[in-house]
Design a protein around this ligand. Structure first.
Ligand code: UDP
Ligand code: MN
Length: 232
């Protein structure tokens, strides 16, 4: 009898929770203790990826960096906006073998999705799927469309896509992007065009495969939480 097989089956999977971050310390101070309490019976670490250069914020690239820095010690990954606090049972953060959208019942979107195809806010994915889609695109600077691009990657790679019913409270910040009084920034317009033109061919060239960055500082915040200051 092969005892090893039986043992591997019961070993808990390890979650890397990855948070893109810049200049929202009020949210950070609420988010970290909240998530540490919330995830208590899950095997996890929290990894805050802070963009410290002066370029426009690049959420998707920060998420790729979080994956790159933590994938060796983790089995699955949660890409998590800092202004969303889960209020439902934490089993929605349990292991998945598919791209799985969690931010489905969100206070700031009137307790629903931002729009029908919304795939942002909080998503969960296993290591193989994330590598298969070559991660996120690194090219979405400023606000918008990087999450739509990610959904397109998953669909084009023929991955099954799931949603779990995640109920999220929202932390307030000044509106931006699409929500700032109907004025759409040049960055956002450019991102939308990038998204329209994205194909299976462009995915292969852009993502984990061409990721470049430097970690300027790595700081332990508590037992479970690490802050990485990066230039991208
Ligand atoms: N973010 C940040 N600083 C910024 C912009 C964005 O830390 O200046 C992070 C933060 O985790 C935030 C996420 O990126 O929750 C998504 O950005 P934002 O909340 O502005 O977008 P929304 O979804 O509200 O339109
Ligand atoms: Mn927000």
């Amino acid at each position: 009898m092969d005892h090893n097989t039986a043992y591997t089956e019961v070993v808990a999977k390890n979650l890397s929770l990855i948070v893109p971050y810049r200049n929202r310390d009020e949210h950070l101070n609420i988010f970290i203790p909240y998530m540490n309490k919330y995830l208590n019976n899950i095997n996890y670490s929290i990894n805050i990826i802070e963009q410290i250069d002066n370029k426009p914020f690049n959420r998707a690239k920060l998420l790729n960096i979080g994956f790159d820095l933590t994938h060796k010690k983790h089995d699955y990954f949660c890409f998590h906006d800092i202004d969303m606090l889960p209020e439902c049972d934490n089993q929605i953060y349990s292991y998945t073998e598919y791209p799985t959208h969690l931010a489905t019942y969100v206070e700031q979107f009137n307790w629903g999705l931002a729009y029908g195809e919304y795939f942002g806010g909080v998503t969960l994915i296993d290591k193989n799927s994330f590598i298969k889609v070559n991660g996120f695109s690194n090219d979405y600077w400023g606000w918008g469309a990087e999450d739509d691009d990610f959904l397109k990657r998953c669909k084009n790679s023929n991955l099954q896509i799931y949603r779990r019913l995640g109920k999220y409270k929202s932390l307030y910040h000044k509106p931006n992007g699409d929500t700032s009084g109907g004025i759409v920034s040049a960055d956002t317009l450019k991102n939308r065009e990038l998204f329209r033109n994205a194909t299976t061919e462009t995915y292969k060239l852009n993502g984990l495969s061409n990721l470049q960055y430097s970690v300027e500082c790595e700081q332990k915040i508590d037992n479970k939480t690490t802050l990485y200051k990066v230039k991208i």
